[in-house]
Design a protein around this ligand. Structure first.
Ligand code: WQD
Length: 340
């Protein structure tokens, strides 16, 4: 049985679907601080299965102890539960260090006391900052990231590495995501940003559906072909599948600690994403240029060769299909809201 912390969240819910589809039993713990319990309905409709769900906080030792006692078949963890808003982390660093770092520490302590020794950790390419060499591979230097959010990812990777090296049998994999976007092809689950979206694609779909007046493109004078920032946008379902593959690597191979970039290997600019959206969804998007956003790196995209070589995983779904899935989810979700 796999414990998925943050399993009603964006990446968590898609990973739960991939696990259930692969025949795994799943229990979710989520404090619903940035997701809705109704996500479980979508998971059930897609897979025909209902994962066990515990509403709770991974920082709470009693909650975790009870969870491991109630579900003694847990033999691995995929850890998503964390705050992830870059801007908010700059304003409230202590909230991020407490939640993201203490959450992992509490989880590792409880795993040890319940003899559960496998964990897949949700990390981020933000640990590379602005890489000197592109595409960026796992040997690139990890720098002090631009934001406290990114720094919690760097610190957590170091905690995992040290915990593995302490020789108590822990096995861990850190997955460094690039930019997860899109939704499940059923349009029954997707990204559910609460409030004004920080990230590009939900802002695009909310602009297209009329919730936002226009998209502001943060900066168009960067040293890139069209002047806008470049990122590696990876389909959420490809990303979810990578978690199942990484988990099976932990189960089947004699690995102690390892790190993998999860990206497509292709960089796309903000304007390229907008044009892919306009073409795939047949919509003309209302946007204008604004000054660059603090903390943004200019360009970053993955060298995904290591995940291909060792995990035999690669991203398959195109940017065009991915932005269309985000649009279909936006429409489905708004229709759902109207009907409720
Ligand atoms: C992408 C590009 C923006 C919004 C962050 C975290 C990363 C991960 C994903 C959590 C940038 C531009 C955006 C808008 C814009 N975090 N943009 N107008 O910043 O690359 O990555 O989110 O899972 O760890 O660092 O993603 O989607 O915010 O921005 O022009 O309204 O889109 O400037 O160039 P980012 P993003």
């Amino acid at each position: 049985m796999i414990l998925v912390t943050g399993g009603t969240g964006y990446i968590g819910s898609h990973t739960v679907v991939a696990l259930l589809d692969k025949g795994y039993e799943v229990v979710i713990i989520d404090n619903l601080s940035n997701s809705e319990e109704s996500v479980l309905n979508g998971i059930k409709k897609i897979t025909g299965k209902t994962p066990a769900f515990v509403k709770g906080d991974v920082k709470n030792q009693q909650t975790l102890d009870k969870l491991f006692q109630d579900y003694p078949k847990i033999n691995a963890i995929i850890h998503f539960a964390a705050f992830k808003a870059v801007g908010e982390s700059v304003e409230q660093p202590l909230k991020y260090y407490d939640n993201n770092v203490n959450g992992l520490i509490q989880l590792l302590k409880t795993m040890e006391s319940h003899s559960v020794n496998k964990i897949v950790f949700s990390s981020s390419c933000t640990v590379y900052g602005q890489p000197g060499i592109l595409p960026v591979d796992e040997t690139a230097p990890v720098v002090k990231p631009e934001s406290p959010y990114g720094n919690t990812k760097k610190i957590n990777e170091e905690i995992l590495f040290d915990a593995v090296k302490s020789g108590k049998g822990l096995k861990a994999i850190s997955l460094r995501y690039f930019n997860p976007i899109g939704a499940h092809p059923s349009a029954l689950i997707g990204e559910l940003p609460i409030g004004v979206p920080n990230n590009l694609l939900p802002y695009i779909t909310q602009t297209a559906i009329g919730i936002r007046k226009e998209l502001k493109v943060f900066g168009n004078n960067y040293n890139t072909p069209d002047g806008t920032c470049i990122r590696d946008y990876i389909n959420i379902n490809d990303l979810a599948n990578a978690h199942v593959v990484a988990l099976e690597y932990l189960f089947n191979q004699n690995v102690e600690y390892d790190v993998f970039n999860l990206g497509t290997g292709k960089g796309s600019s903000v304007l390229e994403v907008i044009s892919a959206f306009e073409k795939s969804c047949n919509i003309s998007l209302n946007y204008s240029f604004a000054p660059p956003r603090n903390g943004d790196v200019e360009k970053v995209w993955a060298n995904p060769a290591k995940a291909k070589k060792i995990l035999n995983w690669k991203a398959k779904i195109s940017l065009e299909d991915t932005v269309l899935s985000a649009w279909e989810w936006e429409n489905h979700y708004r229709k759902q809201l109207k009907n409720n």
